[in-house]
Design a protein around this ligand. Sequence first.
Ligand code: SAH
Ligand code: MG
Length: 219
Amino acid sequence: MVDLDRINTFIHAFSEEENGAIEELYREAVRDGVPVIRPAAKSFLKVMLDMKKPMSALEIGAAVGYSALYTISHMPGGSHLSTIERDELMIKRAKENISHFGMADRITLYEGDALEVLKTLPDRSYDYIFVDAAKGQYINFLPDVKRLALPGALIITDNIFQDGTIFESRYEVERTDRTIHERIREYLVALKNDNELDTSIIPVGDGMTVSIYNGAVSS
Ligand code: SAH
Ligand code: MG
């Protein structure tokens, strides 16, 4: 069996050079141990964005703002991205980076716990939603994520392989990881069994789900 790291290294070997300044931000984030999207996942997101051409995107989990800046750079002119972050230090760094890249008018940073912030956002507002926060909470975000999605919205979730531990039986997972392990599995089951969502599980980066929201279509 070829392992995920080898697959990702292989995919990454074909990556195109990206805009220099944003790559500097990437290296800085990796150096500081910030869990930014993996290189192999990035080109996948880029293709998704090129296909969808979202005008209004939502991200849960900004960290230093790297994926938000990457995402907005592949969205159409005049589009907007909102992102949510709860960690004080990350909020500070994300704000600095967003204004450093001149994107303060195109990216809104909501400060606070996503579970609360999501509740304040209006129904059917986003055609692209990227979920990249605390994995154990994905299942709790889902009802609001669906409520916020426009018909036909693309909903993408990151890190569903949990560094590969998701493939293990629950008994082999360390106790501390077991709750997250169960929650992610519940989340995958929920996505797959939801008849308003069409979901594919993609083994790129640390594992992603891609769903199309087919609910709320008026007749
Ligand atoms: N999307 C970023 C990486 C995000 S890392 C990138 O690829 O560049 C996950 C981030 O989600 C962390 O900064 C963490 O503080 C934040 N987070 C986790 N759970 C959250 C929650 N419930 N509400 C808001 N932010 C959350
Ligand atoms: Mg991630």
